[in-house]
Design a protein around this ligand. Structure first.
Ligand code: ADE
Length: 244
């Protein structure tokens, strides 16, 4: 989201804008590491194009996705973080030609996130969430009820729908009982990275429960909570990387 990117750019001392395919790619450094920061845009196709440009034009060595998601599993609450171990497109269904959820001609329904990057993201998230007041301030903790936010690891599902009814999130839970959260891009970017053999990881701040209240205060949550989480996690993770 825009607010998340804004928070990252504020900490990049030297970013230069490169415009490709209607997107602004920001090339520079964060925590002394060379990075390209960009809005994925929304939805699987838009995010796949953004990922392809990162790989083809910038030759990035890994893609780390941060953003927000709707919680599906019972304990996944607003203000928690999900670090994906696997990603699946919940709206992919070429049955009966191919099994439901399988990407045709790939034989894959679940794309695996890079273990080393995901472990490191989960570790920095655990650390950051220990003190939510330091992370987002007392006001946001009270407003969004972030009293003991948790880190979850597991299946993240993606599709071209903002899930905003209890009936739809219930159907997703029924079909994909181990799904932790739902969003609109991750599995598409994971598929592109798989094709290129480049490591991929995703972390998502839970902004809603993918139910009838899912649209409420979304913008405020992104500005006050998710953007701070994204910056804290990206910075802490990059700070741990060896100097290049
Ligand atoms: N991103 C954040 N919340 C979401 C939801 N409920 N459905 C899809 N994508 C989301």
């Amino acid at each position: 989201m825009h607010e998340e990117l804004k928070a990252l750019l504020a900490q990049m001392p030297d970013e230069q804008r490169v415009r490709i395919a209607g997107r602004d790619f920001w090339v520079g450094h964060l925590q002394g590491q060379p990075v390209v920061a960009v809005l994925s845009r929304i939805g699987k196709v838009a995010a796949a194009v953004t990922a392809t440009v990162l790989l083809e034009r910038f030759g990035v060595r890994a893609i780390v996705f941060s953003g927000v998601a709707g919680g599906l599993a019972p304990g996944v609450k607003v203000g928690d973080v999900v670090v994906a171990t696997e990603l699946l497109q919940h709206d992919m269904d070429a049955s009966p030609l191919f099994p439901k959820h399988e990407v045709p001609l790939m034989g894959i329904s679940r794309f695996t996130a890079d273990a080393a990057i995901s472990d490191a993201l989960a570790a920095v998230a655990e650390e950051a969430l220990r003190d939510p007041v330091a992370l987002v301030g007392q006001g946001a903790v009270d407003e969004f009820g972030l009293h003991s936010p948790k880190v979850h690891r597991g299946l993240l599902i993606s599709g071209d729908r903002f899930v905003s009814t209890a009936a739809e999130s219930e159907a997703l839970r029924r079909n994909l009982s181990d799904a932790l959260a739902v969003e609109m891009e991750g599995a598409a970017v994971a598929q592109v990275c798989h094709d290129y053999g480049v490591p991929f990881a995703a972390m998502r701040t839970i902004s809603d429960r993918a139910d009838d209240e899912a649209h409420g205060d979304f913008a405020r949550f992104v500005a006050e909570v998710a953007s701070r989480y994204s910056l804290a996690l990206a910075s802490a993770w990059l700070a741990r990387q060896p100097a290049t």
